[in-house]
Design a protein around this ligand. Structure first.
Ligand SMILES: Nc1nc2c(c(=O)[nH]1)N[C@H]1C(S)=C(S)[C@@H](COP(=O)(O)OP(=O)(O)OC[C@H]3O[C@@H](n4cnc5c(=O)[nH]c(N)nc54)[C@H](O)[C@@H]3O)O[C@H]1N2
Ligand SMILES: Nc1nc2c(c(=O)[nH]1)N[C@H]1C(S)=C(S)[C@@H](COP(=O)(O)OP(=O)(O)OC[C@H]3O[C@@H](n4cnc5c(=O)[nH]c(N)nc54)[C@H](O)[C@@H]3O)O[C@H]1N2
Ligand code: SF4
Ligand SMILES: [Mo]
Length: 757
């Protein structure tokens, strides 16, 4: 495609937009359309390459997620794919390179730790040896055949990722659920979006947000709960900020977060609630709405069920009662309710402060209750909008990438759903096992206990990102065969593997993703993958074929996979019958889009008909409950965890980009000065953060932006980068319905690191 003379636009933390004009040389590059591979905003990008190297990226001016704007992570993508020269890994450890250089042989590749050949080892004490793809696939297939024979299909498992493309997700699910006969396929999305899925499904009858980004420009109230939008969805945040600044008196912003992050800077009302208390707050807001008569009675009567069942809980959820639980004044809770209730069009956004909780589903339901009670849903500018974390968390949900799902938003537990999928996969009736598989935390427990014998980990680094890492370590130590597909080696996870398989990364392959607003985009391949790296779907197909499933996995292109997957969406709520690669190459499309003539669906439920069998949305009542582990005399502080703006997860990519390391070069633990004084701790002192499960170390940062009694640590820094590994301390307890673990709450003790500890 030809490049237009648009400038590169990057949004800064301050909201300022820095524009860099393109040079004459830039215009001579080959430009391909793609999507940023980081967050769920799903910004369209144009990738400029030359001679097999990605040299420039700029925002796609025509993409509805960002209209040309990028954040700092997106803008530095070329440095991730094609860094200037062989440079040592940034960060304190540098262990990446010391631990056996897989690239010995002098090939020019993109980073020194880029994985470019399949590698295996006989025992964990051995070094990895380069093997051919044929040998790797044969050896994995042979071991799996033995394990399946000796222990049955549930002894093997996949742990995959919301960063895989839709086509990858689809083939993994087909292979595992349709051919191996195991439903043990779960994704890191379980740590991320599972509570939003169960919240939407229980409240509205189907998964995914009703609205779209374009609603931002139409809303006049934003309720942001447990989302550091400024750091984690910067381009969406910029749209909200613009909307607020365009009509500062009319547009109201409410931010609910125990930490005053930069997101709160645009808030009219900031509610620094105690971690874990959102249900109490949201119920009290509904209490006020009812008392003030701000409900939409006709909507409640015609479009919903469960209103009566809610009354007892809401009656006792007074703002005064909530104030005592949440630690914010009753008057401010009233004010929040009135802002929401009086809005012409109100949107709510939420992320991990809501989902990563032992009552994450309840938090989701209570937030959606507010929209149902006021009729703030299914019309322009209104609706409950959960922000997806990863670029294709939504695509994973669509293709059945969780242990209880099948493609096309179908359920393993429903016989009819299983049979439909069996027919389309051309496998005998009964092949898909009727019990849902093990979810992320359960899966690693089962590996540690020895009931699951082998796991294939694809595109995720669980040895940094799972709660309670001691269990995850034990899980991989105990497993008979650990296969890891990654783009780098070593990572904390590849170091514990038996086989490591080199994946092609972003810009080195094609495929599709679905972002937060149900918008499907096609990502063109811009450059060739290095060495023998292959797209993830090809790797899975090769192993499936080595296990004898030749025809079912004979896909030659990503497009063929998409076409097959598409058939499984026919007649479903996410029907994409009208979507083709051809169309997507022209512009992205929001599902459902059932026919070639159908344009795209910006908003769902505009006719007031919801996806439950009776067509009505459901009010669901929940009383506030405490988190799984609360502070006590031995572990008196609450630890919450999360992200910083310029790092992505376990830092395998962003941790290599010097300009991104500049804002937060080192890990830290955030603490209120009140607690620090009491504990005799000074700014910058090294602390041990100890829980019942383990400990992490980091330098202390004093700030009044966090509530006394709580501390915060980012989870980015893993074991290869020192001792600040927060998930050594976190708890595995999970929500009973969504099975999403409580990564935002556990009890800890802070100790100063003295010379002799
Ligand atoms: N820069 C950057 N951006 C990212 C990512 C990244 O790694 N780096 N990852 C992406 C992914 S996968 C995800 S899931 C999203 C996550 O996006 P967010 O959820 O916005 O990010 P977090 O920092 O995990 O948590 C958000 C906030 O929840 C607050 N919080 C903690 N406990 C509670 C609580 O009980 N109630 C409430 N109301 N708030 C609470 C925390 O203080 C924190 O500020 O970001 C995506 N974008
Ligand atoms: N304490 C705490 N823990 C958390 C969270 C939290 O808020 N607090 N958040 C949780 C959430 S929401 C999430 S989403 C997870 C994220 O946690 P992870 O998924 O573990 O984090 P990533 O670093 O994104 O891992 C992706 C891995 O895939 C590799 N990779 C990149 N591209 C490709 C590719 O194309 N193919 C393959 N095969 N590999 C590739 C990367 O090098 C990296 O090793 O962390 C969870 N853990
Ligand atoms: S907002 Fe998200 S998708 Fe957009 S450029 Fe930044 S990291 Fe990439
Ligand atoms: Mo996530």
């Amino acid at each position: 495609m030809t490049a237009e003379r648009v400038v590169m636009q990057v949004v800064q933390e301050s909201g300022e937009i820095v524009e860099t004009p393109l040079t004459e040389d830039d215009l001579k590059l080959t430009w391909n359309k793609s999507v940023c591979p980081y967050c769920g905003v799903g910004c369209g990008v144009l990738v400029g390459s030359k001679e097999g190297r990605v040299l420039k990226v700029r925002g796609d001016p025509n993409h509805p997620a960002n209209y040309g704007l990028l954040c700092g992570k997106g803008a530095t993508l070329p440095q991730m794919v094609s860094p200037p020269a062989r440079q040592p890994e940034a960060g304190p450890s540098g262990a990446g390179i010391a631990l056996g250089d897989p690239l010995a042989g002098g090939e020019m590749v993109r980073t020194p730790d880029r994985l470019i050949y399949p590698m295996m080892r006989r025992t964990r004490a051995d070094q990895f040896q380069r093997v051919s793809w044929e040998a790797a696939c044969e050896r994995i297939a042979a071991q799996w055949r033995r394990i399946l024979h000796d222990h049955g299909p549930n002894a093997v498992a996949f742990y995959i990722s919301g960063q895989l493309l839709t086509e990858d997700y689809y083939v993994v699910n087909k292979f595992a659920k349709g051919f191996l006969g195991t439903n043990n396929v779960d994704s890191n999305s379980r740590l991320c979006m599972a509570s939003a899925v169960s919240g939407y499904v229980t409240s509205l009858g189907a998964d995914a947000p009703p609205g779209c980004y374009a609603d931002i420009e139409l809303a006049d109230c934003f309720l942001l709960v447990g989302s550091n939008t400024a750091a984690c969805h910067p381009v969406t945040f910029q749209r909200i900020r613009r909307r607020k600044l365009a009509a500062p008196n009319r547009v109201k912003v409410i931010v609910v977060d125990p930490r005053r992050t930069r997101t709160a800077e645009i808030a009219d009302l900031y509610l620094p609630i105690q971690p874990g208390t959102d249900v109490a707050l949201l119920n009290a807001m509904l209490h006020v709405l009812i008392r003030q008569g701000l409900m939409d009675q006709p909507f409640i009567q015609q479009r919903t069920t469960g209103w009566e069942g809610l009354q007892a809980v809401i009656d006792r959820s007074t703002p005064e009662q909530a104030a005592a639980i949440c630690g914010v004044e009753a008057s401010r809770i009233r004010e929040a309710a009135l802002m929401f209730g009086k809005a012409r069009a109100a949107m709510s956004f939420w992320a991990m402060g809501v989902n990563q909780s032992t009552h994450g589903t309840a938090k989701n339901n209570c937030l959606i209750n507010l929209h149902l009670a006021t009729g703030q849903i299914g019309r322009p500018g209104a609706g409950p909008f959960s922000l997806t974390g990863q670029p294709n968390a939504m695509g994973g949900r669509e293709t059945g990438g969780l242990a209880h799902l099948l493609p096309g938003h179908r359920l393993i537990a429903r016989e009819q759903d299983r049979q439909e999928v069996e027919r389309l996969w051309n496998v005998p009736t009964g092949r898909i096992a009727p019990q849902p598989g093990l979810t992320a935390v359960e899966l690693f427990r089962a590996l540690a206990e020895g009931t699951v014998k082998s796991v294939w980990i694809i595109c995720t680094n669980p040895l940094v990102s799972l709660p309670n890492l001691a269990v995850a370590r034990e899980a991989l130590a105990k497993a008979e065969l650990v296969v890891v597909s990654d783009i780098y080696h070593p990572t904390e996870t590849t170091l514990l593997a038996d086989a490591i398989l080199p994946a092609a990364q972003w810009a080195e392959r094609d495929g599709t993703v679905t972002n937060s607003e149900r918008c499907i985009s096609y990502m063109e391949q811009a450059v060739d993958p290095p060495g023998e790296a292959l797209p993830d779907w090809r790797i899975v197909c090769r192993v499936a074929q080595a296990m004898g499933h030749r025809e079912a996995f004979a896909f030659q292109t990503a497009e063929e996979i998409y076409e097959e997957y598409k058939r499984l969406t026919r007649g479903r709520d996410l029907d994409i019958g009208g979507v083709t690669y051809e169309r997507l190459k022209r512009s992205p499309i929001q599902w459902p889009c059932p026919t070639p003539q159908h344009r795209s669906t910006m908003r769902r439920y505009t006719d007031g008909v919801f996806a439950h069998p009776d067509g009505r949305a459901k009010f669901l009542a929940h009383d506030y409950r405490q988190p799984a582990e609360v502070a006590d005399a031995e572990f008196p502080m609450i630890l919450t965890t999360g992200r910083v703006r310029d790092q992505w997860h376990t830092m395998t990519r962003t941790g290599k980009i010097p300009v991104l390391l500049r804002s937060e070069p080192a890990p830290f633990v955030e603490l209120n000065p009140e607690d620090a004084t009491r504990l005799g701790i000074a700014e910058g002192e090294l602390l041990t953060i100890r829980s019942r499960r383990g400990c992490a170390r980091a330098a202390c940062r004093l700030t009044r932006d966090i509530k006394p009694g709580s501390c915060f640590m980012p989870f980015h820094w893993g074991g290869l980068r020192g001792e600040a590994v927060v998930n050594e301390t976190t708890i595995e307890a999970f929500d009973p319905l969504s099975k999403q673990p409580e990564l935002k709450f556990c009890a800890v003790r802070l100790e100063k690191v003295t010379g002799d500890t």
